[in-house]
Design a protein around this ligand. Structure first.
Ligand SMILES: [Fe+2]
Length: 383
């Protein structure tokens, strides 16, 4: 057995953990760039939970707000310009996966010459010198707080892909479930299904290891048991906490085992039709599980037994079928569209979408080898 496991050096988890942000940030410098989204923190006094501790610690905060979902290369370039103009010593990303990935890219590219595009296309090689950065997720799904890649889009080429480097790992992840309490129901469903997809794809990945298996299996259990409760009643603190823990663990597993066919398809589909990432993943997950069923039966069966949705004496295939049935039902209870056709997928686009998915590194990690015709069939079932 031979494996490599990369982990965020410090993870501070729990309700109220954002209160420690000032003390943590202060250890890296006095002036920081605070990256934020459009509205994630503006409701329910959440902004005070983050800015309050920073101000109390006497830190100088430079704001970079209004970051929209599915961030583009130009958003990162704009943030870099602000960060360099003020000479910040630290970057903090407070928001969903998009905001955190922008903060990650700004910190990672701060000392690099050239354009963001050069690193996106691979024209320039990344150096290892980065600014320290802290991740503070306000959604429970992306796992971006513990991953080394930033998912960015280039509207000019229509490409959505990652820039990744081990040195892009956050110095600290402050994971406070209270920050997710005001997430709207739709966002709870979409981000939660993204996290469940991370858990299941990492669990069944070709690069899964005993360490990623522990994390991915437990993450899947936590999310399956609690996501619907968090969706139904957003104020359910316990459910929110368990889903956020699941998302964190799934992100750690994903960072080391990579994803699978859902993510390979989710990027081209998401960018083509402007569908949120979590929604695409949630819609596609059962279709890809069905495709993987024969190859992933043992692992799906183990999860089904952990969840108590199958009796102990049934065979692996039967138990795996039960898990597939459970995930389909969860998707329905979360009121996600049944098929991508309901949110824009056109039959004539399928060949081009499949071509783009075939280039994805995620596809190479999928437990069952998927050819053009396999992905085409998955998308045709989605019309
Ligand atoms: Fe994802």
């Amino acid at each position: 057995m031979l494996f490599d496991f990369l982990v965020t050096p410090r993870i501070i988890f729990g309700p109220g953990s954002s209160g420690r942000l000032g003390v943590e940030a202060k250890s890296f410098g006095k002036k920081l760039l605070l990256c934020m989204g459009k509205k994630s923190l503006q409701s329910g006094g959440m902004i005070e939970r983050v800015v309050g501790p920073l101000k109390a610690a006497g830190l100088e905060v430079v704001y970079f707000g209004g970051i929209a979902p599915e961030p583009t290369l130009s958003v990162v370039a704009e943030g870099l310009q602000i960060a360099r103009r003020y000479g910040v010593e630290l970057v903090i990303g407070v928001g969903g996966g998009s905001v955190i990935d922008v903060a990650k890219a700004i910190a990672g590219l701060y000392f690099q010459e050239g354009r963001v595009e050069d690193y996106f296309t691979g024209a320039r090689e990344l150096g290892e010198t980065v600014l320290p950065w802290i991740a503070v997720p306000t959604t429970a799904g992306s796992g971006a707080e513990v991953t080394r890649n930033a998912v960015l889009s280039d509207p000019a080429s229509g490409r959505k892909q990652s820039i990744r480097n081990d040195s892009w790992t956050a110095r600290v992840a402050v994971v406070d479930p209270v920050l997710t309490m005001t997430m709207p129901r739709r966002l709870t469903a979409q981000t939660g299904m993204d996290a469940l997809t991370h858990a299941l794809e990492a669990y069944t990945s070709r690069w899964a290891t005993p360490l990623t298996d522990c994390l991915a299996l437990e993450a899947a259990v936590l999310i399956c048991r609690n996501l619907y409760s968090a969706y139904r009643k957003g104020s359910d603190r316990e459910a929110r906490q368990q889903v956020m823990l699941g998302s964190l663990m799934a992100g750690m597993a994903l960072n080391n085992a990579r994803a699978g066919a859902v993510h390979a398809l989710a990027h081209p589909v998401g960018i083509r039709y402007g569908i949120p990432h979590g929604m695409v993943c949630g819609i596609l997950l059962p279709f890809v599980m069905e495709f993987n069923l024969t190859h992933a039966a043992e692992k799906y069966a183990r999860l089904a037994r952990e969840l108590g949705i199958v009796s102990g004496d049934g065979g692996a295939e039967e138990a795996a079928e039960r898990l597939l049935h459970f995930v389909r039902a969860l998707k329905q209870r979360l009121e996600l569209p049944a098929r991508l056709g309901e949110v824009g997928l056109e039959e004539s686009d399928i060949p081009e979408l499949v071509e783009a998915a075939l280039e994805s590194g995620s596809l190479a990690a999928n437990i069952r080898k998927a050819a053009f015709s396999d992905l085409e069939e998955i998308l045709k079932k989605n019309l």
